[in-house]
Design a protein around this ligand. Structure first.
Ligand code: NI
Length: 135
């Protein structure tokens, strides 16, 4: 039986959505307030979903403590209270939209999971706006 377990995490980060090769006016017309040259923050909520078989020995799909520590080390410690555009290497040349962030988070977590597990990442940028990437 394949079961999905989920772990929620939280971080605050600042970003600016813009393209260096576009004018300020073009950036503002496409990205709106998220293109503010002075940056702005979001309270991001991350949910990592792991799907796999229940281990008959432990009754777990995956030890939640291991998942918690993995998210803390690979995502929260890297992103929390950071300016994503300037301080997080993945976003130096990649616009830190929620879409791109979900892909980056997936790529940072997947190498550390059992290869029999499927990962899906849901990232809330606001309580009403969220994206999901499942590989
Ligand atoms: Ni924004």
């Amino acid at each position: 039986m394949r079961v999905t377990i989920s772990r929620k995490a939280h971080f605050n980060a600042a970003h600016r959505l813009f393209r260096k090769d576009w004018s300020d006016a073009q950036n503002i017309s496409v990205f709106g307030k998220c293109s503010n040259p002075h940056y702005h923050g979001h309270n991001y909520e991350l949910i990592a979903h792991i799907t796999g078989e229940i281990d008959p020995e432990t009754g777990y799909v995956m030890d939640m403590k291991v998942l918690k520590d993995l998210i803390k080390e690979k995502i929260e410690d890297e992103f929390d209270h950071k300016n994503l555009n300037e301080e997080v290497p993945e976003f130096i040349d990649l616009i830190p939209t929620a879409e791109n962030m979900a892909v980056v988070i997936y790529q940072k977590l997947i190498p550390h999971l059992n290869d029999k597990h499927d990962l899906s990442v849901t990232l809330y940028e606001t309580p009403r706006n969220y994206v999901t990437f499942s590989g």
